[in-house]
Design a binder for this molecule. Structure first.
Ligand SMILES: O=C(O)CCC(=O)C(=O)O
Ligand SMILES: [Mn+2]
Length: 236
């Protein structure tokens, strides 16, 4: 039903293409942002389905040797038989796509927007207001391979998504100076990008983005409402 509706929009207006922006981050990394992938009414239907039916949990994770309650709710879905995901000392239970059939419609919509993609796992996050966040990290786990494509679908409250270049360990800019010196004088605007992730939007990180950049969704005092985010990934 959901997919049919998406089809109907493009069939009624075959020349209308969804606007997408690509930001070249350099050195083989880029980000694609589609602000209006899923129409607003469909996005609200999916938001309410996910909010109500997904078995959200708030696990304890370990960061720099300390235990924390993860500052957002989460759930993991994956095709059976894949290598298990572990992050920050936590191994989520992998639910099946068949447990939550509308997830397959969401996956279809993402595959349609990204020809050639083939995602087989999904990490869901729910931010219950502006105090919930995800800290700086990259999704560079081995199971995703060296150049993962990660597609991030957002429903509900708008939040900022910030990408920041990792400091160079060696002289990646050809300079012989130590990283500390180069950072002080070398950091500039191109080393950070903020995307306002809207209801129904899709952001895709590609190439070496996980190797060379970190990302976060910072706390925002003014973001009172709930945001649900789905990141589709391929496990190799
Ligand atoms: O909520 C988001 O937009 C990002 C979530 C994220 O980075 C993650 O789950 O790894
Ligand atoms: Mn991430």
């Amino acid at each position: 039903m959901n997919v049919l509706k998406l089809k109907a929009v493009s069939e009624e207006n075959p020349n209308e293409t969804v606007k997408r922006e690509t930001v070249d981050l350099g050195n083989g990394s880029d980000v694609v942002y589609i602000q209006r992938l899923i129409p607003s009414d469909q996005s609200w239907k999916w938001f309410h389905y996910l909010d109500k039916h997904i078995p959200w949990t708030r696990p304890t994770i370990r960061v720099f040797g300390k235990s924390f309650l993860q500052p957002r709710d989460t759930c993991y879905v994956a095709t059976p038989g894949l290598t298990e995901l572990t992050y920050s000392g936590y191994q989520p239970h992998a639910y099946s796509w068949d447990d939550y059939p509308p997830l397959k419609d969401m996956l279809d919509a993402v595959h349609k927007a990204l020809p050639g993609s083939s995602f087989n796992s999904l990490l869901l996050n729910r931010y219950n207001g502006g105090n919930d966040y995800v800290g700086w990290h990259s999704d560079d786990e081995k199971l995703y391979g060296p150049t993962p494509e990660i597609a991030s679908l957002t429903f509900g409250c708008d939040r900022d998504f910030v990408l920041k270049k990792k400091p160079c360990k060696k002289s990646c800019d050809g300079s012989d100076e130590p990283a500390s010196k180069r950072l002080k004088k070398g950091s500039h605007d191109a080393d950070q990008h903020t995307f306002r992730l809207r209801h129904g939007s899709l952001l895709v990180m590609r190439g070496y983005t996980q190797r060379d950049w970190i990302h976060s969704v910072p706390k925002r005092a003014k973001a009172e409402a709930t945001r649900i985010n789905l990141t589709f990934r391929r496990v190799f």
